[in-house]
Design a binder for this molecule. Structure first.
Ligand code: SF4
Length: 967
């Protein structure tokens, strides 16, 4: 497709409101503007990572009146907020104005590289298109209101809903853009409101990873790091287009490649990442399990598995072998479309180049069998003995900058912070940490509800809430079929883009049915415009992460501290301040901040860190005090860029960002754990084994590790997780101080608030969470051994009988959920093309921030669909033409055709960052004046259909059906 040069992306009326927009409204085009304003385009225009010599300094526009004085320039250290790589930035601030930025050349992750988004991040702080003050919709018109009015009206409306329909009728939708402290406060806030109807983006990007990985070996996170990939001898990437989604990660991948590593890319689409591959394999969308079993078929056939690793550290591979036997090369080719020679070549490359790492992203996770996919990937790595090694592991690239942290801190419908779950004991643990009475907390919830399937009573406090993927059903479903008292009537969208979610046409109906819609965000977002509402909508301007400070967790579990760059712009307020002010209106501000100092309605970030340090024992967010995190931020230059260890200096031998688990109290000075499950190191030095989380025996088979243990362990075998009884039995109890003994009595390594149990067992060389085998059979999941199931909307009707989906479920995450009743219908005749979706380098998530950034908007101006020349020719479509992409549930989008062989015949690809147009209609006039993003476009998810993972309710976005015709 030929992109047109941008002349005026914004509507003229809005353009007159700002100097930047004034340029756009005039005859000067964007490139001329950038040139005249002194902004360096070079750094932004490149999609992939840039080496230091290619970087150019960015500075603010003089015409914006930003650096007129000679005041000294302060340098602030912050972290890019556009993806989970976590690149460091030096922000230059003069007179309180962010006037320039440099990529941090001494930062251990990016080493002076930035992608287009990072290089233009200053614009996010100073964005002209930001929401500038609170607003409400009155008779279809946006009206400016004061914060006092906004907080009073919003709280009154939500309290009325709570009064009439119970606390579960209000949904608190949080964000992967919160800092860790804000995410923690958000979960606490929702808990005190009295609901588990709280969730965030992780549900729809990596929830199937978290569930699959945690249930295989203990923790639901990336095991190694971007940097560690440099040690890999082979790299297999499946469903990951890192060159666009995580650009700076490519410098670590290419570093390995330069050292001789083999790069294999498996993807239905020939992506920019695939262009770097030694071996690219195109699979049919939705066939990850057959492909992985096809690889393992060759591994087992050739005895390439690591038998001693399997014997010592893995449970259930025999059952996997039985399943793999069903996937000989001919069947793999029939289902995936990949020939035996290609499958064998990949298996051989991985077997002959160990350690190898395995990278996956949303191409693997967003399926009705996403949890099967992620477990199959883990099993492959276990079979080759690639786990617990530098250069090996599962490098699962998370999406948003703090999606890892927001998940860790429990902005989830099914857990409290630290993956403690929702059991009574979990609530009591956190009530104790928060300093509130458990009975008070309990009384905040509805006392009971009835299971939508069995009709039996359930306790809402201990029942998972509605996941964000299904909020629309929470609004629209017949309430008699739901596992809660009433429908969702109030939605609070806090840093969340609705256009990243499927079933756009039903979402529009849900928006229109709500009693109250509240949007808290630096931008109005698509939530403000994609409906026909005339009232009951509030916009509250949130500050960005550059207008506050705190910590953020990168994909590799390193916790990074951000300094505040500028004061909140316009009338925006930080998330934690808004939370506190709402809590005041709801009457529980004192409970919310019992241990936290509050100044001018702003809870202390440092106090929030200290509070979660006292409670997050499960995953080791206990050792990262504010002081330690700030010291890491000041010493970026002292860390080795491959191992992430400090080499000398004040933090000698600590790992950068104290990647969790950072065990014990801060005083214990644990260095963090760079690579999970690496037994070559003592636990005290970052070593670990697999977690004992699934019992000690299964059907008479030992689940504990055998003769495998972290270096220096006094127990040279497997062992269960530690509690006070085991510590006593081992004769280690007297190693605890008297105060620790008092606190640890009757407790375990997760609930002992003194940290004494952790301290003592680590001193004896043991892992607090036990030492077990990883399990290939997750007996509590619908498919204990991962199996293939055809997508709900499949074009391969010949495979449905043999590989059917699940039966419909009556009560799943509080809602009836459809599987077979959809798959049994044949849509493939009317909708013959497989529709898949993914990311572009220029934009992020729902795209409201990045499409409002003129630097980025220049680069990608149109929503498009990629289709193969054959399909285009058959339909009479030519490149660049407007087409309709129509889905089987009635949604349709009008976009540009991009005719390309990147996709196979019968497959179409769309990016998912667009919004602001709906089924051919331009919604620009619905944005508040001056807040419309420069680039609008149809959301692919208006055409994308129903489908949810069988364990986590992850949405299916990678495999639906469509038809494409000229517009
Ligand atoms: Fe780095 Fe990601 Fe930001 Fe790009 S978007 S600069 S890769 S953190």
């Amino acid at each position: 497709m030929k992109l047109v040069r941008k002349q005026a992306g914004a509507r003229p009326a809005a353009a007159a409101t700002s100097p930047v927009a004034a340029f756009l409204g005039a005859t000067v085009d964007r490139r001329a503007f950038l040139k005249s304003s002194g902004l360096a385009l070079g750094a932004t225009a490149l999609g992939a990572a840039l080496g230091p010599t290619m970087m150019r300094r960015a500075s603010a526009a003089t015409d914006a009146g930003t650096h007129a004085s000679n005041a000294a320039v302060e340098i602030k250290r912050t972290i890019c907020s556009h993806c989970s790589v976590g690149c460091g930035i030096y922000a230059e601030v003069q007179n309180g104005v962010w006037v320039g930025q440099e990529p941090a050349f001494d930062h251990p992750f990016n080493m002076g590289a930035h992608c287009a988004k990072g290089a233009s991040i200053r614009e996010h702080g100073h964005g002209e298109r930001r929401l500038k003050y609170p607003m409400k919709l009155v008779d279809g018109q946006w009206q400016r209101i004061s914060w006092d009015t906004a907080l009073s009206e919003v709280s009154a409306r939500l309290l009325k809903i709570r009064e009439e329909s119970g606390p579960d009728a209000v949904y608190w939708l949080g964000s992967a853009k919160h800092s860790n402290e804000q995410a923690y406060l958000f979960r606490k806030f929702a808990s005190m409101w009295g609901t588990n109807n709280v969730d965030h983006q992780a549900r729809i990007c990596h929830s199937t990873t978290v569930a699959g990985v945690a249930n295989t070996w203990g923790y639901g996170a990336m095991t190694n790091s971007y940097n560690d990939i440099a040690y890999a001898k082979s790299i297999l990437m499946i469903g990951s287009n890192a060159a666009e989604a995580h650009p700076v990660s490519m410098q670590h991948i290419l570093r390995a490649k330069e050292d001789g590593a083999k790069l294999i890319v498996i993807d239905p689409r020939f992506t920019r990442t695939a262009a770097h591959a030694d071996h690219y394999v195109r699979i049919r969308p939705g066939t990850d399990v057959p492909f992985i079993w096809g690889l393992l078929w060759h591994v087992f056939q050739n005895n390439w598995q690591d038998d001693s690793f399997l014997q010592q550290r893995v449970f259930g591979m025999d059952e996997v072998r039985k399943e793999v036997e069903k996937w000989p090369p001919a069947e793999v080719e029939r289902v995936t479309g990949v020939q035996e020679k290609d499958v064998l070549a990949v298996a051989k490359l991985m077997a002959e180049h160990r350690p190898g790492t395995f990278v996956w992203c949303m191409g693997g996770t967003q399926h009705t069998i996403g949890n099967n996919n992620t477990r199959a990937y883990c099993i492959f790595q276990l079979a080759l003995g690639n786990m617990g090694k530098a250069g090996g592991g599962t490098n699962i690239f998370r999406g948003h900058d703090n999606v890892q942290g927001a998940t860790d801190f429990g902005v989830l419908a099914d857990s409290l912070p630290g993956y403690y779950g929702l059991a009574e004991g979990s609530w009591k643990h956190w009530a104790k940490v928060w300093g509130v009475d458990y009975e008070w907390l309990k009384a905040r919830f509805d006392p009971n509800a009835y299971d939508g399937g069995s009709g039996k009573p359930v306790k809402p406090m201990e029942t998972s809430g509605i996941p964000v993927s299904r909020w629309i059903d929470g609004v629209l479903e017949d309430k008699a079929l739901m596992t809660q008292r009433d429908n969702v009537r109030g939605m609070v969208f806090w840093g969340h883009a609705p256009n990243s979610q499927t079933r756009g046409t039903e979402m529009k109906k849900a928006f229109e049915k709500l009693d109250t819609l509240v949007i808290v965000d630096p931008y109005p977002t698509v939530s403000a415009v994609m409906h026909e509402r005339r009232d009951g909508v509030y916009l509250l301007p949130a500050a960005t992460q550059f207008e506050t400070y705190g910590s953020v967790t990168a994909s590799n579990r390193s916790v990074q501290w951000r300094e505040q760059v500028i004061a909140p712009l316009f009338e925006s307020r930080p998330d934690h301040t808004i939370l506190y002010q709402l809590a005041k209106k709801f009457g529980y501000a004192d409970e919310l901040c019992k241990n936290v100092k509050v100044t001018n309605d702003e809870p202390s970030i440092e106090d929030l860190v200290r509070e979660y340090n006292r409670g997050m024992w499960t995953i080791g967010y206990t050792g990262q005090s504010p002081e330690r995190l700030k010291a890491h931020q000041k010493n970026w230059h002292t860390f080795n860029t491959r191992t992430l260890r400090a080499e000398g200096g004040p933090l000698d031998r600590e790992f950068y960002g104290l990647p969790w688990p950072c065990w014990g109290t801060p005083e214990m000075k644990h260095p963090g754990t760079a690579n999970l499950y690496d037994t070559s190191l003592p636990v005290a030095d970052g070593g670990l084994c697999f977690r004992a989380n699934f019992g000690v025996e299964r059907n008479g088979v030992n689940l504990l590790a055998e003769h495998s243990y972290p270096a220096g362990s006094e127990i040279e075998d497997g062992y269960p997780e530690f509690d006070d009884k085991l510590v006593k039995k081992l004769g280690w109890w007297d190693d605890l101080t008297d105060a620790e003994k008092t606190a640890a009595e009757g407790k375990n390594w997760k609930t002992d608030l003194s940290g004494g149990i952790q301290r003592v067992v680590i001193r004896h060389g043991c892992a607090p969470f036990g030492n077990a085998k990883a399990r290939c059979v997750v007996w509590n999941f619908p498919d204990p051994v991962p199996i293939h199931r055809e997508p709900l909307y499949t074009s391969r009707r010949d495979l449905v009988g043999q590989y059917p989906t699940y039966a419909d479920r009556k009560a799943y995450w509080r809602l009836p959920t459809r599987y077979a009743s959809i798959q049994q219908q044949d849509f493939s005749q009317d909708f013959p093309i497989i529709l898949t979706s993914g990311r572009l380098v220029e934009y992020e998530g729902g795209g409201d921030e990045t499409r409002s950034n003129p630097w980025l908007a220049e680069l990608q101006q149109h929503m498009f669909v990629e289709l193969n020349p054959k399909d285009a020719n058959d339909a009479g479509i030519h490149d660049g033409q407007d087409v309709w992409v129509e889905g089987p549930e009635g949604g349709r989008i009008r976009v540009k055709a991009m005719v390309t062989r990147r996709v196979a015949p019968g497959v179409a690809f769309t990016p998912f960052h667009f919004g602001g147009r709906y089924q051919g209609k331009d919604l620009r006039e619905r944005y508040p004046q001056g807040c419309d993003p420069y680039v609008l476009g149809e959301s692919c998810n208006v055409s994308m259909t129903y489908g949810y993972d069988s364990v986590t309710a992850m949405q299916e976005t990678k495999c639906s059906l469509c038809r494409i015709k000229p517009a």
